[in-house]
Design a protein around this ligand. Structure first.
Ligand code: SF4
Length: 754
C-alpha cells in the first residue's frame, strides 16, 4: 500500500559506505543501532565518532507518521512552511478520536459525525501536500506502519510515543513532538542526543503460556518506567530469532513504557516472512542484499558486555507469563505469584473486563492464540465470568480474522468488537458505570495502565498482560487464576483445564482486505483547497508570529513566577483540552493553569498588574496582549519537562509572552520555545529567582546585540521603583537567533532561508 521501494533502495544503496566509514571512525565493531544512526546522519557520510549520551546529532529520517490528535497542529504549522509537498514520505492516521461504546459500526459512525471537521481537514491537507491519509476505521497508526511502511535498517519519526513499535521490523522509529515532524516534513534535519545502548540478550525459546509480551513486561519490571531513558534497547540472541516479527513489534512497542528512545531487533527470517506476507517481497529482496548491515557486527553479540552501556539477559525457556500493574506498567508479577500479591495489596481479584487489541497486541498471532483459549472454553461449556472486548489494530487484521472465523469464535463469548482504533487504550471508552468510580479490576493487552487511562475511573485497577492471558483471566473472572496450575469449573460443575494457547504466526491463507481505508494524495495537490470554518471551535488556521522589531523589549510584565515542578502538562493540560489541539486560540485558555504561582502558592491565580486584580493566567495574559504589553514567565528547575508537545510553547507565544526565564529547562521544551520565536533564558545566578517580585516590569538592556554565548542583561523594576539587574544565559546558536528574529523557525523556512 503505497510504500516506497525506491526510497528504501536508496537508503540501502549508501548504507555500506556510511556504516564502513562509521566503523573506521569509531574504531570497533558496531551495534545495529549504531549502524542505523550513522547511516542516517544529516551530513550523509560520517565525519566523526559521536559520544553516546552526550553529543547532539542531526539526522535525516526516512519517514514521518502522524496520528489524528497530534497531526492537527503539525499540519497547521506545515501549511506555513511554504512547501508544495512534504520532503519525506508521510502518513496521517485517524485512530485516536474514535470512542468505543456500542460496537464497531455504530461507534465509527458516531465518531465520523462528531469529528468530521477534523477528519475532513486532515484528509484535505494530506491530499494537498502529498501525504498518505488513513481514514477513520482503517486502523491504529503503528499497526498500519508495521503492515505497510516499516523496513529493516530504516529510521522514522512519528508524533506518537508508540511509534517505536516499528522496531519489530528492525527500524529505529522514534516518537517526537509535532514541531520535530514539521521540520522533517519541511526538509530540515532532526536533532537527537546520540543515545546510549542497552542490550537485551534473549536465550532459550518461548513456550506454553509465555508470549513476547512477557519479555517486555519482564524488562519493564527490571528497568522500571525510567530505566530506558535516553537509550536504545537492542534485542538479540537465539530467543529473538525464534520469535515472530509481530511479537518483536509488541516488545518494541512497550519500550515507550520504560522511557527508551526506541527499541529494535536485527533483520532475520521472521521479518522476511512478515514482509512477504504483507506483500513486500521486493523489500526482502532489497534487504537481503545488505543483510550484514541490518544487524550488528558478529563480535558485538558474541561479547555484548563490551559494546552496550547496559546488558540484560533473559532466558525465554524459563520466563513465566507476567501480569503488570495496577496503575503502572513496570510493576511486574509472575502469574504464579499473583494470588499472594493480590491478597497482600488488596487488589480486587474479580475481573470485570478483558480487553484485547490496541497497537501493542493485535497481530494475527495474538488474535489466533487468544481465540484458541476462547475456543477451548466454549468447547468445555464454560461461560465467561467477565465481559470481553477486542479492538483490532487494522482493517486488514479485522477482515482477515473475520474471514478465518476468529471473530466468530470471540463472539461465542459475547465479545464486543470495537472499531479498528485506539478506543479504550486512550480513554476513548464509554464504559457503562465508570462514573460511579467503583473499585474494580480489568485486564488488557495494551501498553499503559495509568490511573483513569482506560475508562476515566481512578479506582479501576488495570493490569497489562498478553492477549492469551487476558482471555484466560477474563474467562475465569479472576485476577489470581493461574492457567498453568488451576482448573476451572464448567457450567455443569465439572473441573476443566485449559491447554496452552496455539496460534498461527501468519494467516495460512494470507492477509486479505476489501477496503483498507487508504487515500492516496493527489498527484498535483496545488489546486486542492483546505477548508477550515472560521467559526470552528476545534480548528483554526495559524497566523505567522510577528518578527522581532529589532529593538530591546521594554515594559514587559511578569505574568507568573512558577514555583516548583512545571511540566508541559502544567503549561498545556491534556484531558478535556485534547479536543482543542487544532485551535490555538481555544487551547490557549489552558495556558499555565496547572502552574503554582510562587507568590500565593495557588494555581491559575495571578495578579493583573494593569488592574491589581487576581485572575486566571490565560485571562491576565490576554489582558496584557490586548493592551499591547509584552509579558514574561519565570520558572524553577527543569521547566517544561514531560512531553514534547509544541502547544506548551505555542500558547505563551500566541498570548504575548516574549521570554521564559528559568533556573533550568527540559531540553525539548527549550528547543520548542526557540522554534516558536521566543526567548528561552536561564538565570546566570540561580539565586536571582528569589529577587523577582510580583509587580515586576522587565526591560531587556542588550537584546539588540543578541549573540551566541553572550548572556543577556535584564532589568527588573519593582513596584517601589527599585531595580535589580540580572544576567540571563542562553544556548541560541546563530541559526536559532535567526528564528527569533524571523518570529519563528517556520517563518524562516517559509522565507526560503532555512
Ligand atoms: Fe497509543 Fe493506545 Fe492508540 Fe497505541 S492503541 S497508539 S498506545 S492510544
Amino acid at each position: 500500500m503505497a510504500f516506497d521501494i525506491e526510497m528504501i533502495e536508496k537508503v540501502y544503496a549508501t548504507m555500506a559506505e556510511r556504516v564502513d566509514k562509521a566503523r573506521e571512525l569509531v574504531g570497533r565493531p558496531l551495534t545495529l543501532s549504531e549502524k542505523i544512526l550513522y547511516s542516517h546522519l544529516w551530513e550523509k557520510t560520517p565525519s566523526q565518532a559521536f559520544t553516546r549520551g552526550k553529543d547532539y546529532v542531526d539526522f535525516a529520517p526516512d519517514r514521518v507518521a502522524c496520528q489524528d490528535a497530534t497531526a492537527q497542529m503539525a499540519l497547521l504549522q506545515f501549511m506555513h512552511a511554504g512547501k508544495k509537498t512534504v520532503a519525506v514520505p508521510t502518513t496521517v492516521h485517524c485512530d485516536h478520536l474514535i470512542q468505543a461504546k456500542v460496537g464497531a459500526d455504530a461507534d465509527l459512525t458516531r465518531a465520523k459525525s462528531q469529528s468530521s471537521e477534523v477528519f475532513d481537514f486532515l484528509s484535505s491537507v494530506s491530499n494537498k501536500y502529498g501525504i498518505g491519509f488513513w481514514k477513520p476505521g482503517s486502523g491504529i497508526i503503528h499497526q498500519i506502519v508495521l503492515e505497510n511502511y516499516a523496513f529493516p535498517g530504516g529510521m522514522m519519526i512519528g508524533t506518537d510515543s508508540h511509534t517505536v513499535n516499528a522496531g519489530g521490523l528492525g527500524m529505529l522509529a522514534i516518537g517526537v513532538g509535532g514541531a520535530d515532524a514539521v521540520d522533517v516534513m519541511s526538509g530540515m534535519s532532526w536533532e537527537l542526543k546520540f543515545p546510549k545502548l542497552i542490550g537485551v540478550k534473549l536465550t532459550g525459546k518461548l513456550n506454553g503460556w509465555t508470549a513476547p509480551k512477557d519479555v517486555i513486561l519482564k524488562v519493564a519490571d527490571i528497568l522500571t518506567v525510567k530505566g530506558g531513558t535516553g537509550a536504545i534497547v537492542e534485542y538479540f540472541g537465539e530467543g529473538a530469532e525464534s520469535m515472530s516479527c509481530t511479537g518483536k513489534g509488541t516488545i518494541c512497542n512497550m519500550g515507550a513504557e520504560i522511557g527508551a528512545t526506541t527499541s529494535t531487533f536485527g533483520y532475520d527470517d521472521s521479518m522476511r516472512r512478515y514482509l512477504a506476507a504483507t506483500d513486500r517481497q521486493d523489500v526482502v529482496n532489497a534487504a537481503d542484499k545488505v543483510a550484514e548491515y541490518l544487524t550488528a557486527d558478529k563480535e558485538v553479540y558474541a561479547n555484548p558486555e563490551q559494546y552496550f552501556d547496559q546488558l540484560i539477559e533473559i532466558n525465554l525457556s524459563e520466563l513465566e507469563p507476567h501480569i503488570n500493574g495496577p496503575f503502572t506498567p513496570d510493576r511486574g508479577t509472575p502469574v504464579s505469584k499473583m494470588k499472594e500479591e493480590a491478597a497482600a495489596n488488596g487488589w480486587p481479584v474479580k475481573v470485570e473486563w478483558g480487553l484485547i487489541g490496541s497497537c501493542t497486541n493485535s497481530s494475527y498471532e495474538d488474535m489466533s492464540r487468544a481465540a484458541s483459549i476462547v475456543e477451548q472454553a466454549v468447547a468445555h461449556g464454560i461461560s465467561p465470568k467477565a465481559e470481553f472486548g477486542i479492538n483490532p489494530g487494522s482493517e486488514q487484521i479485522r477482515y482477515t480474522i473475520e474471514r478465518d472465523g476468529i471473530i466468530a469464535t470471540f463472539e461465542k463469548m459475547g465479545t464486543k468488537v470495537f472499531t479498528n482504533a485506539c478506543g479504550p487504550c486512550i480513554g476513548q471508552w464509554d464504559r457503562e458505570g465508570a462514573d460511579k468510580e467503583e473499585k474494580n479490576t480489568i485486564v488488557h493487552s495494551f501498553n499503559r495502565n495509568f490511573s483513569k487511562r482506560a475508562d476515566g475511573n481512578p479506582n479501576t485497577h488495570a493490569f497489562v498482560t498478553s492477549p492469551e492471558m487476558v482471555a484466560a483471566l477474563a474467562i475465569s473472572g479472576r485476577l489470581d487464576f493461574n492457567p498453568l496450575t488451576d482448573a476451572l469449573l464448567n457450567d455443569k460443575g465439572e473441573e476443566v483445564r485449559l491447554n496452552p494457547p496455539k496460534g498461527d504466526e501468519l494467516p495460512n491463507k494470507g492477509f486479505d482486505v476489501e477496503d483498507a481505508g487508504f487515500q492516496a494524495p493527489a498527484a498535483d495537490g496545488s489546486s486542492v483547497e483546505v477548508v477550515v470554518s472560521p467559526t470552528s471551535e476545534r480548528l483554526q488556521l495559524l497566523e505567522p508570529f510577528k518578527p522581532w522589531n529589532g529593538e530591546n523589549i521594554t515594559g514587559a510584565k511578569l505574568l507568573i513566577k512558577a514555583f516548583g515542578k512545571c511540566t508541559t502538562d502544567h503549561i498545556s493540560m491534556a484531558g478535556p483540552w485534547l479536543r482543542f489541539r487544532g485551535h490555538l486560540d481555544n487551547i490557549s485558555n489552558n495556558m499555565l493553569i496547572g502552574a503554582v504561582n510562587a507568590f500565593n502558592q495557588q494555581t491559575n491565580k495571578v495578579k493583573n498588574q494593569l488592574t491589581g486584580d487576581y485572575d486566571a493566567v490565560p485571562a491576565v495574559a490576554r489582558a496584557y496582549k490586548a493592551a499591547g504589553v509584552d509579558s514574561i514567565v519565570v520558572g524553577d528547575h527543569n521547566y517544561g519537562e514531560g512531553s514534547s508537545r509544541e502547544h506548551a510553547a505555542m500558547e505563551p507565544r500566541f498570548l504575548g509572552v516574549t521570554a521564559v526565564l528559568v533556573k533550568s529547562f527540559a531540553r525539548i521544551h527549550e528547543t520548542n520555545l526557540k522554534k516558536q520565536g521566543m526567548l528561552g533564558l536561564t538565570f546566570a545566578n540561580e539565586a536571582d529567582y528569589d529577587r523577582i517580585q510580583e509587580d515586576d516590569t522587565v526591560n531587556f538592556l542588550d537584546l539588540t546585540s543578541f549573540a551566541p554565548g553572550k548572556p543577556l542583561t535584564l532589568e527588573f523594576v519593582h513596584a517601589d521603583g527599585s531595580k535589580d539587574v540580572i544576567l540571563a544565559n542562553h544556548t541560541y546558536n546563530e541559526g536559532q537567533i535567526e528564528w527569533f528574529k524571523a518570529g519563528s523557525a517556520l517563518n524562516l523556512i517559509a522565507a526560503g532561508k532555512a
